[in-house]
Design a protein around this ligand. Sequence first.
Ligand code: FMN
Length: 276
Amino acid sequence: MENDKLEIYRIIQIVDDIQGEIEDLMKNGDQNDPMVIGQLLAYAETLSIIKSACICDADKIGLDCDMDAMIFGAVQNGKKVEFERTVRTRNLVKKRFSENRPVKRETERSTPMNNIFTRVSIRKYQPKPVEPEKLEAILRAAMQAPSAANQQPWEFYVVTNKEKLAELSEVSPYAGMTKDAPVAIVAVYRRDCKLPSYAEIDMSIAMQNLWLETDAQGLGGVWLGITPIEERMQAVEEVLELPERVRAFAIFPLGYPAEKRGQQDRFDPNRIHFVE
Ligand SMILES: Cc1cc2nc3c(=O)[nH]c(=O)nc-3n(C[C@H](O)[C@H](O)[C@H](O)COP(=O)(O)O)c2cc1C
């Protein structure tokens, strides 16, 4: 429940920021400029992503229908975003929220995934151990990833042994932080999966889920590239004495963050090409 509230506050904050940007563009931007319209469309898309990542029962807090209206307004008219409606939405959401209405998760196992815009690489950790239930939530998120033919090629080694962490920190020149992490998850994939050529793609999706859930649990971590460098893969396999049937994919040291970093805004309208 507390987590849900925090997530909703974050959603409101992000939606507020985007609405501010939209209002600013509407007031100051040249509304015949295709770049301005492109930017408005991009904001609409962002709102749509936020909506689809929303963990709460959005209808219950009045977010859903009005957000739809906002997105519709932006997409349909480019320069005609409905401000009165968005301002009303903001107030409505805040009002309902402050009434402490119960917020229902879509399913018992839903986990917060709306932190795409805040997740960063964390390479410094507090010595504090990570609770087993948090590790389970992270691995649950990883295994929830889609995969080609639903082959789920993954297995995970949860390493807390200090000597092994130190050895893992030497398998690549960029893995040094592993020795100071309370735990590292080593993701591996089975050689004998249905569609082996898709295994590494599947693993990447699982890694992103794992990373986002790590962030959502108030922890931090970083993906250390092992695949596709054969030498590093073999080094990890030796350190952990992995069975022949699997290949090492990535190392993910994690823990309570001992550094604070902000995420870059990587949105670039030049990377979008419309084919109409
Ligand atoms: C496939 C992959 C491999 C990476 N390998 C390393 C690595 O070996 N060492 C490291 O410190 N960071 C590694 N990173 C983290 C990236 O440097 C980081 O994600 C990128 O600079 C963007 O920063 P951010 O994660 O804070 O948004 C890797 C990330 C990915 C996705």
